[in-house]
Ligand binder design. Structure first.
Ligand code: SAM
Length: 250
């Protein structure tokens, strides 16, 4: 059977045109953030596949770029995006004014009825959390310990529930967390990625599913090598390797 004849599998990347997605992406692009188009499409497709009244839990919202995509996807489903972010201080993420920008961006996109802000650390909320949700997006602190804790939110998901993780096979902490808690797990399956946005699903992994994680290791090593080059100010060498940006690959 040729690829064209093969029926779509759950992990296939849907590159078909979707005017609703293009509209949502157009709005999200007005919000400063790191999410790329293909990465937004993974979130969009997963959220659009949910039923009426669905809830998405997002860890790490920043100014709301990914929140806009999720909110637009759930708007006509009477759904809810629970946006978890303590708005940490610091050069990169920017403290209290970031919260104001987030709230302004939600209002500008008329998402006040869809998005509910939970301004706290995911790690503080998790031990006592009891609200169900249908899709989990992890894009908070990207160290091993936080990612390991954030993965435990997935115990709230139903069988088949999606887990989307940003900076996967790019950040050292996130990837070590995946190797420890997903590669060796019996309840999370790796499906696919768009750059560093990876899609996992609650389910029992086969050996082929585990091999797909290991197959990402060369890409991860390349990304770590590029990060070292950028720290050493060796951008011309990074460019030769196909990375023409002053920013880390993600
Ligand atoms: C990479 S940004 C998120 C980007 C956002 N998803 C977007 O599309 O623009 C990471 C965010 O995680 C937040 N953060 C850091 N630690 C966190 C934690 N433990 N729980 C939730 N959010 C956290 C930071 O305040 C920051 O806003």
């Amino acid at each position: 059977m040729s690829y064209a004849e093969r029926p779509p599998a759950p992990g296939d990347v849907d590159t078909s045109a979707d005017p609703d997605f293009e509209r949502a992406w157009g709005r999200a692009q007005d919000v400063p953030g790191w999410l790329k188009r293909g990465q937004a499409r993974i979130l969009w497709d997963e959220a659009r596949a949910l039923g009426p009244g669905a809830t998405v839990l997002e860890i790490g919202s920043h100014q709301g770029r990914s929140t806009v995509i999720l909110g637009e996807a759930l708007r006509d489903k009477d759904g809810t995006v629970l946006a978890v972010d303590p708005f940490v201080e610091g050069k990169l993420f920017g403290g209290l004014s970031t919260r104001e920008k987030f709230e302004r961006n939600m209002a500008a996109n008329d998402l006040g009825q869809v998005v509910e802000l939970v301004a706290d650390y995911s790690t503080s909320l998790r031990p006592t959390w009891d609200r169900p949700f249908d899709l989990l997006y992890i894009d908070g602190k990207h160290d091993y310990w936080t990612l390991s804790d954030d993965l435990r939110w997935s115990t709230h998901l139903p069988e088949g529930g999606g887990i989307v993780i940003h900076d996967c096979f790019s950040s050292i902490g996130v990837t070590l967390g995946i190797l420890r808690h997903v590669l060796l797990s019996d309840r999370i399956v790796y499906e696919r990625r768009s750059d560093s946005q990876a899609l996992f699903r609650v389910g029992r992994p086969t050996p082929a599913d585990r091999l797909r994680i290991l197959a990402e290791m060369p890409w991860w090593i390349r990304n770590v090598f590029l990060k070292v080059l950028l720290r050493l100010r060796l951008r011309p060498i990074a460019r030769v390797l196909g990375h023409d940006s002053p920013y880390d690959p993600y």
